[in-house]
Design a protein around this ligand. Sequence first.
Ligand code: WT7
Length: 675
Amino acid sequence: MADNQGVVVEAHEIETFRKNAFRSLSCDILKLRLTLRATEPPQKMFASLEEYQKLYKESITEPNKFWGRTARELLTWTRDFETVSAGSLAEGDVKWFVEGQLNACYNAVDRHAYKDPNRVAIIYEADEVDEGRNVTYSELLRDVSKVAWVLKQAGIKKGDTVAIYMPMIPEAVVAILACVRIGAVHSVVFAGFSADALRDRVIDAKSRFVITSDEGKRGGKFIGTKKIVDDALKQCPDVSNVLVYRRTGADINMVPGRDLWWHEEVEKWPSYIAPEPMNSEDPLFLLYTSGSTGKPKGVMHTTAGYLLGAALTGKYVFDIHDGDRYFCGGDVGWITGHTYVVYSPLLLGVATVVFEGTPAYPNFSRYWDIIEKHNITQFYVAPTALRLLKRAGDEHVRGNFKYLRTLGSVGEPIAAEVWKWYYEIVGKESAHVVDTYWQTETGSNVITPLAGVTPMKPGSASLPFFGIEPSIIDPVSGEELHGNNVEGVLAFKQAWPSIARTVYGSHKRYLDTYLHVYKGYYFTGDGAARDHEGFYWIRGRVDDVVNVSGHRLSTAEIEAALIEHHAVAEAAVVGVSDELTGQAVNAFVAIKDGNEATDALRKELVLQVRKSIGPFAAPKAVYIIGDLPKTRSGKIMRRILRKVLAGEEDQLGDVSTLSDPSVVDKIIATVHASK
Ligand code: WT7
C-alpha cells in the first residue's frame, strides 16, 4: 500500500502494529504513519515497532555497542574514544566516550557549512510578521567565529562561564555557539527572570562575561533587557564585560570600560576562528532549574553525551531528515530551547526556527502561519500553548501544512482532549504526535514515542527511548514494582549519555536529589504508571515543584521570595490545577503583627515574587491568614492547603497532628470569602 506521499507501508506491518500495540486499547485506534517524505524517497529508520524493540534491547543489554556506534555515526570527533562508558549511578561518577575529543560548535555548524554553505541554519521569525530573515550555515559560522573572537579577546578561556540573557533572536544562538567554540561554558538565563534572579545565577556560576541585548520585543511589547542586566550586575563585581546586541535601537545606558556593543566588536575580528577540541566530559553548559529547596540548581551537562542525546532524539523521536525545517516553540532560556531549538536540529544540519514572539501576536494564527510560510516539517510546543490556541477556536488554525510530519508536546501532561485537538485540527490526522517526557537533568527525551513508529495513545508518553530503563518504585517501601499495571514514582536504572553530571558547585546536592533517593537509580521526582501494555503515563511531580505553563517552579523558592517582604512572617505556596496554565501558584501568607490583610498588601506580595524571580512565577492568588497549618514540630502541612483549594475540605485526613487544629476552619473561611 503506497500512500499519497510515496511512502510504502506494508499491510502486514500495520497488522503487526495493531496486534501488538492496539490490543484492548480503550482509546481510538489511530492511523499509523511511517516516515513521510514529501519530496524525496523515504528514509525509514524502522519498518516496525519490532525493530525499535530490537534496537532498544541492544541499547539496554549492550549499551557500549549501541552508544559507541551511534556516537561515531552522528558526531564528528577530533579524537576517537576507547571507553564508551564508565562509572555508575550509585557512585554518581558517570562518564561517556572518555578519551574522545570533539567540539560542539564544529558539529553544529562547521561540518554543515563546508558541505553545503548556503543551506539555511536559522529561520528567524521576528516578533513582527515579515521582519525576520534566514541565516545560512556559512553565515552562522562567520557570525559565531567573530563573537568567539570577541570573547577570547576579553580574556574568556576554556572552562570559563559566560552568562547569556537574551531574547529569542538568532544572536542568542550565535552567543551560545560562540561560547562552546572556544570551550567556554554557557549559562543561559531565561530573559523572563528578574534582575535578582539573574544576579543569583551570575554569582553562583561565577560568570565573568554577560551577553545581552538592548531590549527584547515580544507580542508587540518592549522589554528592557539591558536595564535588567544593569540592575543585576550592581551586585556582581566579578563581571568584567557585557556584550550588548542592538535589537531595537533603544537609548540605553552603556557602562564605559565594561559594556561593549556587539556590532562594534565583531567588526574588529576575522570571520573564522578554529574550534577548541574539547574532551567528552568537559562541561558544555549550566542551566539553572528549580528543585524542592529554595536555591536554584545549576545543572551541568557535559559535551559528548549531551550532544549525542540531542542528535539521536532529533533523528528518531522527531524523524529529522536532511532538508527539514524544524520549529520548536520553546525559549533558549529553558532546556527545551537548548536541546531542540539549538543543538538537535543544528547537529543534524537542518533549519531551525527561532521565534521571537508569542502564539497570540498579532493573532492566534501566528504558529500556524509560521508552519505554512516555512513549510515546517516538525513542530514542538508545550500543551499550555495548545490549550490557549484550542480555546481561541479552530477557525484560527488556517493554512496548508503539507510538509508537517511530527507534532511534539513537552513539559507537562497533555490531556486527551488537547491531544486529540492537536492530532485532528493541527495534524489533520496525518502527522504523528509525540508526547515527549524528559527534564532539564535528562538532557534529551527519555520516555517518548518515535514519530512514525510508536503507536499513539493520547496522554501517554509511551515507551522509553534508547538506553533508558524505567522503573516504577513504590515510594513507601522503596522497592521496584515489576510487571505491568503498576503505579509509583519513576526512576531509571541505567545511566544514559545525556544525563546531567552534577549540580554546579554542589555535587552532594546532585547525589542527594537524584541518585541517593533510591540507591542505584536516577530518581525523576515524577509519579508515573506503567499500563497493561507497558506504556508509561506521567502523573506529575511528587515533590514541591509546580509546573506553570511548562515552567518549573519551586514552591520553596517562591516562599523564600515572599518572606523577603517586611510584613510576612511565614508563607506556604502550593500548586493548584488551572485550566489554562496546567498549574497555578497560590500563596498562603501569615503576616506579622501590626500589618493588615489589604488588597494593597496582596499586590505588594505579588510584586515581591515578580521582583525576586520573575513575572511568570507570580502567584495567581494570595491568601492572608492568621496562621499556617503546622505540625507540632513546625512542619507546614501543604496537603491541607491543597485540599482546601480543591474544595475537598471533607477529605482533609488526619488533622490531629496540627499544633493548632482550629487554623483549618479559618483557612477554609478565608479561601471561601475570596471566591
Ligand atoms: C518536568 C521537567 C523537559 C522540557 C520541559 C520541562 C514535566 C516534562 C512531560 C511530559 C508530563 C512532563 C515533569 C518533569 N514534564 N515533560 N511529556 N508529560 N510531564 O523541563 O523544567 O526540567 O521540567 O516537566 O514533571 O519532571 P523541566
